[in-house]
Design a protein around this ligand. Structure first.
Ligand code: GCV
Length: 709
């Protein structure tokens, strides 16, 4: 039983109790018989307000149709009138002459229609999965204030692979996970199938997510043993009716570690045969297994380069193993090497660009949104648009490794939108979004992955607002053009209720929150200023780590005179990896957007930026703006106390207190450090840091969550 049902039951008990009290004339003085249950956020955005026994009919029979029907019965008001779920190929729909070709195999139509002489609400698609997505679209329509009498929806997903990437380890720890431990109870699987897996699948299906990579990209070979394949198969069985395929991260050296081979060289027929046999074995257990995700030759992971082979050799060899079964290989482009003195931001492009057009047709290259690593802001990755003959898949990070973990309220919609809308300059009108949706290209694999922020925390993601990041990822993967604000509004309506004033306020808070985290962690294109390992809190002074590009000083390059990473021709020339029209903008500090200025330029502290302030004054101004915005978030949230249940309101209020305190910490620590370098006074009227630099440097957080071990 899920929370909303418990909540509904409890409310029914309360209603009956209230009626009895009223009858006895005791209403005003009687104490409540049951206390209102605390809303723990478990129900996510699937909190249907007027559940009843709506007449929902399915024409045809399948597990997917059954779950679509059950969801509608759970969520539609009893007055909804007949709702019919039918495949587009159903003869009864022929007179309607529906245009279903463009729906593909996952799109849906939801509209009023006369079927068999009866006016009904029709939910249809070319497949049962399409119908399932249509059912959720109908519930969303109602949950955001739409009426069933005028429903008229049609939609198809923009990309084929809409995947969560779980960085979950087999021991239950989640790398960069801040919402408890892994949902997967590997120990008790396959026998114990936690009912929560069904709710996970429902939530994902409701936003169009159709695949999940179960294990960390820093993979253990053991996840490919029969013992773990059986466990993955059990999860696949639960997820299948919801249109969700299971994928696994594959450790490239598994043929050596599990198979006892001498080499995992992709050109070695023995290694290829091992993978083929392994794929066959997996498909026997999971007939619709999606395929492999691979992190190769990156941060110590094994890969084809260990043998002098290329990423193409590695990816194509694995692709050959899954191809007969219809599987895919998602090969990550997140590579950089400590032996390479080249600017880290350039390394993936240097390695992958020459491989364009060489990958097998069931390989898709998975590229992070920016060239470094999921920073609060990064310019779009230069590979987007630069590999026209290769399918590229977006990788966003939903879990907020560098954005205050699960503690800070940061809505990622504006970040996703900014990247997707970026023009590549390579072809007329081309954007990052059109690259990943494959617009204008021959039909090919397309996809978007999000590193999951889900754990076994009761509210799944560590806070109510983090749920919005899961939600916006799914919605944007379905339709990158929806817009961050529109998605925030629909999430707020379904999560907190359809009160326009509340939705306005929550949406404003969400939209403001992204720029706030950029401001208080380091604006103007600064990046990677985080404390070591866990990446929580400021560490711009760190300079003693083994690899140069692990040190914040590598990224900001600040000294007495200036700050920023020169990526123009006088520096690393990373700008040359962008299309000439974009590179020309980035070459000129006067034209580079302020938001990206120090990503591309090393400038004197006294440099005057477009606002009229000096660089130093602008940076300080933005730290203060970030702190002020968080203060404002707190104030806005406090006005919503009467409109939000106590359970969720109190937790968020406490987290906002943490965020305000930590925004101040970030600001003060950073300013103290920059002042130790530039020796400049603070602009007039600006509050000095509370402590001296040594105090900030002395802070340590040995047990911060999510840190790999
Ligand atoms: C899974 C960053 C993170 C690592 C992560 C890596 C990756 O470096 O800090 O935890 O490893 O990205 O995306 O592979």
């Amino acid at each position: 039983m899920v929370a909303e049902e418990r909540w509904e039951d409890a409310m029914k008990v309360r209603a009956v109790a209230g009626a009895i009290a009223l009858l006895l004339g005791l209403f005003a003085s009687a104490p409540p018989i049951t206390a209102a249950p605390v809303d723990d956020g478990y129900a996510l955005w699937l909190r249907y307000v007027s559940a009843g026994n709506a007449a929902v009919e399915t024409r045809g029979d399948s597990p997917t149709l059954a779950v679509a029907r059950d969801e509608l019965r759970r969520g539609l008001p009893g007055t909804a009138g007949p709702v019919v779920l039918a495949r587009a190929s159903d003869a009864a729909l022929a007179p309607l002459r529906l245009r279903t070709t463009s729906l593909g195999d996952e799109g849906y139509i939801v509209r009023r229609a006369t079927i068999g002489g009866r006016m009904v609400t029709l939910v249809t698609g070319n497949s049962d999965r399409g119908i399932l997505y249509g059912a959720f679209a109908l519930l969303r329509h109602l949950g955001t204030g739409g009426s069933i009498e005028r429903v008229d929806l049609a939609s198809a997903p923009a990309v084929r692979l809409r995947l969560l990437n779980h960085w979950d380890n087999l021991d239950g720890q989640v790398e960069r996970g801040y919402a408890g431990r892994s949902l997967w109870d590997w120990w008790n699987l396959p026998d114990v199938k936690d009912p929560r897996y069904v709710d996970y699948a429902r939530a994902n299906a409701s936003i169009g997510i159709n695949g999940t990579v179960l294990n960390n990209v820093n993979a253990r070979a053991e996840s490919l043993t029969p013992f773990y394949i059986a466990k993955a198969a059990a999860l696949a069985d639960v997820f299948r009716p919801y249109g969700i395929k299971v994928y696994l991260s594959a450790r490239f050296s598994a043929p050596v570690e599990l198979g006892g081979l001498k080499s995992a060289d992709p050109r070695d027929p023995e290694a290829a045969a091992w993978w083929k046999a392994k794929a066959d074995e997996i498909y026997r257990a999971i007939p619709d297994f999606g395929g492999f995700l691979v992190k190769a030759n990156s941060e110590g992971q094994p890969g084809p380069r260990d043998y002098g082979a290329t990423h193409v050799d590695g990816a194509n060899m694995l692709a050959g193993a899954v191809k007969p079964h219809g599987g895919v290989v998602m090969w990550r482009a997140f590579v950089y090497a400590d032996t390479d003195p080249e600017d880290r931001a350039k390394q993936a492009y240097i390695e992958f660009k020459p491989l364009d057009g060489k990958f097998a047709d069931n390989v898709i290259v998975q590229v992070k949104n920016g060239a470094i690593d999921f920073q609060p802001r990064e310019p779009f990755h230069p590979l987007f648009g630069a590999m026209p003959a290769t399918p590229l898949m977006m990788e966003f990070q939903i879990t907020k490794e560098y954005l205050g973990f699960a503690s800070h309220l940061v809505y990622l919609g504006p970040l996703f939108e900014e990247v997707l809308d970026a023009r590549t300059g390579r072809r007329v009108g081309e954007t990052v979004s059109s690259v990943i949706t494959g617009e204008g290209a021959r039909p090919r694999l397309t996809g978007m992955a999000g590193v999951a922020n889900i754990g076994d925390a009761r509210d799944w993601t560590g806070s109510t607002f983090n749920q919005a990041n899961w939600y916006v990822f799914g919605r944007m993967a379905w339709d990158p053009g929806l817009g961050a604000e529109a998605i925030a509004r629909e999430w707020a309506a379904q999560t907190f209720g359809n009160d326009p004033a509340l939705i306005d306020r929550v949406t404003r808070m969400m939209i403001a929150s992204r720029e706030a985290v950029v401001d208080y962690t380091g604006a103007l294109g600064l990046a990677h200023l985080f404390a070591t390992g866990h990446h929580y809190g400021p560490g711009p002074w760190i300079a003693d780590l083994k690899r140069p590009e692990w040190n914040p000083v590598y990224y900001h390059r600040a000294d007495r005179n200036g700050i920023g990473f020169d990526r123009t021709r006088s520096g690393s020339n990373a700008i040359s990896q962008y299309a000439p029209s974009i590179a020309r903008i980035y070459a000129d500090p006067g034209k580079t957007p302020l938001e990206e200025l120090l990503w591309f330029h090393h400038l004197p502290w006294t440099y005057r930026v477009s606002t009229g302030r000096t660089l130093w004054a602008e940076l300080v101004w933005r730290y203060d703006r970030g702190v002020a915005t968080v203060g404002d978030l707190r104030r806005q949230w406090s006005t919503l106390k009467p409109k939000v249940d106590a359970g969720r309101w109190e937790k968020q209020a406490a987290l906002l207190r943490v965020q305000e305190r930590e925004a101040i910490w970030w600001r003060d620590a950073s300013i103290a450090y920059w002042m130790s370098l530039n020796q400049l006074p603070l602009p007039d009227g600006v509050r000095p840091p509370e402590h001296d630099l040594e105090w900030y440097k002395a802070q340590s957080f040995p047990f911060a969550p999510g840190n790999p071990h």
